[in-house]
Design a protein. Structure first.
Length: 391
């Protein structure tokens, strides 16, 4: 494949990923491999009323590109860009070759979108290719297991999540890894805001109306998830438990499929990240009832919080973070932590997160480890309480 850099771009800034999912390079030889991945339309942003959401959905690509170009422009002036090099105890310098960033979810989802933004920024700072390697399956277990078995040399990183590191160990028999032993935490990247969606064919306009409707029809309404034991599965079961309703679980293979299902009334209920749901909300193909957060989202300010909807105890905030195989040198972990922390503090990057419906996170490797440890215990309790048996 030909050169993917803009002919007049400064510093060879890549522009094609703003418009589509970038092709993957083979980490071993640097060759570009063909990919049929496409940008998920559900990643389009929106705000306020459905009309305003639609307008913002049309502009998502332009806005995302503007944020990335603004970040690089700031880098040119020396305000955000910092080339780093790490010297290991044996005297070898890192990084000297391509880095593989494993994403254990399908292209187009929230984790994939964040990973591609992060890869672009890391490439600029490290001066080596950063390859986004999507390895979906088994609610993230396949990609996570792949990363666990990789050499702990700093050339394989994993885009971890609450689903892979706090939920899967309790819900998947295939998850043989220990998130606190087999991986070293680097930094928390982002918090995800979830939204409760219903099909527009459903005659409800609020959470209370959904509850009343479902109670009269136990087990009739279908809800989508990205797989057994996924965050969308456990989130919805928590909602059902808290409200005393019974819904029928229909698992899919990715967030793009779940959003498509709610848009076509294949399912009637979906809890998804705002990042994944913005496009379908903006186009009027699904109706948002509540955001699962303590405060309203600026992207959908007309949508109440779950507390305002009468369910104050539902806490399903989830995170995305960066980890590496256990044994990765501390110098690399610390260097990446400092570098990513500066990236997340850049105004243009924070604006990009806002457009995507995400909240930038921060912290040290030790604070991220404490978060993972607490969430492993929390979601283990949830799985046992909901009687979600590993399979």
């Amino acid at each position: 494949m030909g050169d993917t850099r803009a002919p007049n771009g400064r510093n060879g800034i890549r522009v094609d990923h703003c418009l589509r999912i970038m092709p993957l390079r083979d980490a071993a030889n640097g060759a570009i491999a063909p990919s049929d991945s496409r940008t998920d339309a559900s990643a389009s942003p929106g705000a306020g009323s459905v009309a305003r959401l639609a307008a913002r959905a049309i502009a998502v690509t332009i806005t995302s590109c503007a944020c990335l170009f603004a970040a690089h422009a700031a880098s040119d002036s020396g305000t955000t860009r910092e080339r780093i090099a790490v010297t290991l105890p044996d005297g070898e310098a890192w990084a000297r070759r391509a880095i593989r960033l494993v994403v254990p979810q399908a292209p187009g989802g929230t984790a994939d979108v964040v990973a591609r933004m992060l890869a672009e920024r890391l490439e600029s700072a490290l001066g080596v290719p950063v390859v986004v390697d999507n390895r979906p399956g088994a609610n993230g277990v396949i990609g996570t297991e792949f990363a666990r078995r990789a050499a702990p040399d700093g050339y394989t990183l994993l885009l971890a999540s609450t689903a892979t590191h706090a939920m899967a160990p309790h819900t998947s028999l295939a998850a043989t890894f220990d998130p606190l032993v087999d991986f070293v935490p680097i930094t928390n990247l982002a918090w995800q805001t979830k939204v409760v969606l219903v099909s527009t064919a459903l005659p409800v306009a609020s959470v209370s109306e959904l509850v009343d409707y479902a109670r009269q029809r136990p087990g009739v309404l279908n809800y989508a998830s990205t797989g057994f034991g996924s965050s969308s599965h456990l989130d919805t079961e928590l909602l059902a438990s808290a409200t005393g309703i019974a819904l029928h679980h229909v698992p899919y293979r990715g967030s793009g499929q779940t959003v498509a299902a709610i848009s076509t009334d294949e399912v009637q209920v979906l809890i998804a990240s705002l990042t994944a749901a913005q496009g379908t909300i903006g186009s009027g193909r699904a109706r948002p009832l509540a955001v699962l957060s303590a405060r309203r989202s600026t992207l959908v300010p007309d949508v109440p919080t779950i507390g305002e909807a009468g369910i104050p105890s539902l806490d399903v905030r989830t995170w995305l973070g960066l980890v590496a195989p256990a044994g990765t040198p501390g110098a690399i972990v610390d260097g990446l932590d400092r570098l990513v922390g500066r990236m997340l503090a850049a105004p243009a990057v924070r604006s990009w997160f806002d457009v995507q419906g995400l909240e930038p996170a921060s912290g040290t490797p030790s604070s991220f480890e404490a978060l993972i440890r607490a969430d492993v215990a929390k979601w283990g309790d949830v799985a046992r309480r909901l009687r979600v048996r590993p399979k």
